[in-house]
Design a protein around this ligand. Structure first.
Ligand SMILES: Nc1ncnc2c1ncn2[C@@H]1O[C@H](COP(=O)(O)OP(=O)(O)OP(=O)(O)O)[C@@H](O)[C@H]1O
Length: 515
């Protein structure tokens, strides 16, 4: 599938001395000048960015550009801060060396001591410099914290403006078997994130619009580029959900996991690397005091949740109504994961335990939904604790019973269970889109487990994976329909905890227990 040119935003040429940001930083799309000036004014007055609601859609670009500026400023402040910290460290070392506590006694090559008066004078000068630097250091630290807060807020605005559930289509290449069978491409790229296909029984092409389309020419690195910003959001303290939907054999596992390293590494290993890069950058730069990271892996098979950690295969239940909305009871987790390599090792071990079997479409087909949850807790320099979570979901492949051929009872049951859970997921998304007062999270363990990652203030990105082959046309069309329905889900508040009704919380707090 051929990719069209990316949308290019034009710069604005107006001159205006009273600008906060450069003229060049405005998109020409931003026609609402009065509104824009109002925002600039707010920025000037408060030195802060206004709330999400204060932006017209055209100002998304302005928020984004400001965010970039803030990031640069934060980086500059961080490096300034590091320089001062190093200078302060060097001065303290000099003080120890020149001061009376210097252990010259017993030294085989003692350094010649200065005259007492001279030594005192030098010490006074060093102490003065140290005090000056400490003051400077304190100012920089406070300024850095302010910038970090602004950067986080702006990053969040940009992510929210992109949509609560962003939907991308990924079309894999024709497999060698499909090529050998003479299959034709059934999907066309319409430019600007649209896909065209001819549904069965129709004479005209149908068009679906998405946030983006990743075609045959796009590699794993291009896929990760779309989710990178959301990984940063999770480190900032938000719940983020990345998931892949599609027919069996359409490329979901390849997209979400792929290889552990190298060019074919998928979203999970790349996200693991990105999380640690952001954490190290934040701590080394002084934007964060400390952090801790834990991970758990689960699979949902035949409507039952199992833990993929430890020995694996342990049944897990869900409890509702607690501090976090939904609590996983009985799952093992690996706490205090300290490196990317350690996280990758956990992901590999868990993936190996997942249930797979051979189907007509995929020799190594996943028969369960796999859910990876990486929780990141961090402490700011002022002692504020923040918790964010990345949930990565590789959904089991949807399959038509009619296409299964002759299969045993077990495979029939698996397929029915997969289809039921996916339809529950569709119901939840439809209710979120309608802003219904009741969201049916508890209709299935899958949706109950994801409730804190789909509702509230969470941000999600869905990859609709499609086979390009014409013999899968009707499955691709229904996946595209599903993805299209997920678009346009609005924000559900400013809190990561899903809302359950009082009745739901009181009745059967543990009714999703192992059977
Ligand atoms: N973008 C891609 N580029 C190259 N090969 C791909 C791509 N996507 C998928 N494949 C290959 O296609 C095959 C099926 O992919 P994958 O196992 O990821 O499908 P799936 O949707 O997870 O299937 P299931 O639901 O049955 O588990 C694999 O051999 C995979 O390597």
């Amino acid at each position: 599938m051929e990719q069209g040119p990316q949308r290019v935003l034009n710069d604005n040429d107006n001159d205006d001395d009273n600008e906060v940001v450069d003229n060049d930083d405005y998109c020409s799309a931003c026609a609402d000048l009065a509104h824009r000036d109002n925002i600039k004014h707010s920025i000037l007055v408060d030195n802060e960015v206004v709330d999400n609601d204060d932006y017209c859609s055209a100002c998304a670009d302005l928020a984004h550009r400001d965010n970039v500026k803030h990031s640069i400023l934060v980086q500059k402040l961080q490096s300034q801060f590091e320089t001062y910290a190093l200078r302060q460290k060097a001065l303290i070392a000099s003080l120890i060396e020149w001061g009376p506590i210097s252990p010259s006694y017993g030294d085989p090559n003692p350094r010649p001591r200065l005259e007492a008066a001279e030594e005192d004078k030098l010490l006074d000068t060093l102490n003065e410099k140290l005090a000056e630097l400490s003051l400077e250091n304190g100012k920089l630290r406070a300024s850095l914290q302010r910038e970090v807060r602004s950067r986080k807020r702006l990053h969040n605005i940009v992510q929210d403006l992109k949509g609560k559930i962003r939907v991308f289509v990924r079309v894999r290449p024709l497999s060698s078997g499909e090529e050998a069978a003479g299959c034709q491409h059934a999907l066309r790229y319409g430019g600007e994130g649209s896909v065209l296909a001819m549904p069965e029984g129709r004479l005209a092409m149908k068009t679906w619009d998405f946030d983006g389309v990743l075609g045959v020419a796009d590699g794993q690195v291009d896929v990760f580029r779309e989710v990178q910003g959301l990984v940063v959001s999770a480190v900032d303290g938000h719940n983020v959900c990345l998931f892949a939907y599609g027919q069996t054999g359409s490329g979901k596992t390849h997209t979400m996991f792929g290889d552990v390293e190298g060019p074919e590494a998928g979203i999970s290993p790349r996200a693991a690397g990105e999380i640690f890069r952001v954490l190290e950058r934040n701590t080394e730069g002084g934007a964060m005091d400390s952090w801790s990271l834990s991970v758990t892996m689960l699979e949902i098979y035949n409507d039952q949740i199992y833990c993929l950690m430890g020995e694996g295969g342990k049944k897990v239940s869900l409890k509702f109504g607690g501090k976090e909305g939904v609590e996983i009871v009985g799952a093992e987790s690996q706490d205090e994961v300290v490196s990317e390599a350690e996280l990758l090792a956990v992901l590999s071990r868990g993936s190996e335990r997942r249930r797979t079997s051979s189907t007509a479409m995929n020799a190594d087909s996943s028969r369960s939904h796999m859910v990876v949850q990486v929780k990141i807790r961090s402490l700011s320099l002022t002692g504020k604790e923040t918790t964010g979570k990345v949930t990565i979901v590789d959904l089991a492949g949807s399959e038509r019973l009619s296409k299964l051929g002759k299969v045993g009872d077990e495979q029939l049951r698996e397929t029915r269970s997969i289809n039921k859970s996916l339809s529950s997921l569709g119901d939840v998304i439809a209710a979120l889109k309608k802003k219904s007062s009741h969201i049916p999270y508890r209709n299935h363990p899958l949706t109950a487990l994801l409730s804190d990652s789909l509702g509230g203030s969470s941000k999600s990105l869905l990859f609709v994976c499609c086979s390009p082959a014409d013999y899968n046309r009707s499955e691709s069309v229904s996946s595209l329909d599903f993805g299209f329905r997920c678009r346009g889900v609005g924000g559900g508040g400013d809190n990561n905890v899903p809302k359950f009704s009082k009745k739901e919380n009181e009745s059967g707090r543990e009714n999703m227990a192992p059977r």
